[in-house]
Design a protein around this ligand. Structure first.
Ligand SMILES: [Zn+2]
Length: 80
């Protein structure tokens, strides 16, 4: 679960692969989201405090959409 680092609102449920810090999220691995990911194209904002948490990019090599998370703007925790 990725939540806002400012107000602790849960943002997205993400299926993480591999170990280590979460630096980016692939859009196709986002299981559930409290924000409409089709809106705010280009960035991810907290629905509660409107802080920017990530920048949306297209990874050309993999032809995938991903969010590059802004350091210190989010918290992660394991669920389940
Ligand atoms: Zn927030």
């Amino acid at each position: 679960m990725v939540s806002c680092g400012y107000c602790k609102t849960d943002i997205v449920k993400y299926q993480k692969v591999g170990k280590g810090r979460l630096l980016r999220m692939y859009v196709d691995r986002i299981i559930e989201s409290s924000v409409d990911l089709s809106k705010n194209y280009g960035a991810l904002f907290c629905p509660n405090c409107n802080k920017q948490l990530a920048t949306r990019v297209t990874l050309k090599r993999k032809n995938k959409e991903a969010y590059i998370l802004i350091r210190s703007a989010f918290n992660t925790r394991k669920i389940g």
